[in-house]
Design a protein around this ligand. Structure first.
Ligand code: URA
Length: 206
């Protein structure tokens, strides 16, 4: 992150950023992560879509509805997790963010990961999975796989759980069970079982 970026960033939220000309043009606003700053589970998507750009919150459109439903099913409600994106501005016509745009936004994501310090980072879809793991992935085959990464200068490895994008289940119903299973795995890593029902991590009890 350059100095100008750091001046408009509080460690979690970006208030302004001029780095990507095409995104400055296409966005209505910057969409920052939402959820507790000390959440046990951090979901990372690709970039805001039209609904997210309009409402200023990640995953509030159709994909968000799928995610919310699965979170509830495993006792993790939306308010108990943190949800963010690799890129915080909506790309024009919902195209994928470019490598340069992903790089420009990376400092914010790394800082958010360090600040939240989650038990698990769940990548929603191919773009965030490949961005964080720095390799190509076959999401449908690898969903549910946990890998460790290093973020920035930090010594401690971080756990990344590869997951399908929730929209994949809208295009292909047969992916629903794999998506549900991966979200269940995220909850298990964070110490939440469906019977808890209160969406709170139980890690603190041990
Ligand atoms: N898809 C994403 O990757 N991110 C969002 O915020 C919404 C849909």
């Amino acid at each position: 992150m350059d100095e100008e970026q750091a001046d408009h960033f509080d460690g979690l939220a970006v208030s302004d950023c001029p780095r990507c000309p095409a995104l400055v043009e296409s966005r209505s606003r910057i969409v920052n992560g939402v959820g507790p700053a000390d959440a046990d589970v951090l979901f990372v998507g690709e970039a805001p879509g039209a609904t997210e750009d309009a409402e200023g919150e990640p995953f509030v459109g159709r994909s968000g509805a799928v995610l919310d439903e699965q979170l509830r099913a495993v006792g993790l409600d939306r308010e108990s997790v943190r949800i963010t994106n690799c890129v915080r501005c909506r790309p024009p016509e919902n195209r994928d963010p470019t490598t340069e745009e992903l790089g420009n936004c990376r400092g914010y994501l790394d800082a958010e990961i360090q600040r939240v310090d989650p038990d698990v980072i769940v990548t929603l879809g191919k773009v965030p999975g490949e961005h964080l793991l720095e390799r190509s992935i076959a999401v449908t085959k690898e969903t549910g796989t946990v890998e460790e990464i290093r973020v920035g200068e930090a010594e401690t490895p971080r756990r990344v759980l590869i997951c399908l994008h929730p929209a994949a289940t809208l295009y292909d119903r047969s992916q629903e069970s794999a998506f549900a299973e991966t979200i269940r795995e995220a909850a298990a890593i964070a110490g939440v079982s469906p019977s808890d029902g209160d969406g709170q991590s139980r890690l603190g009890e041990f």
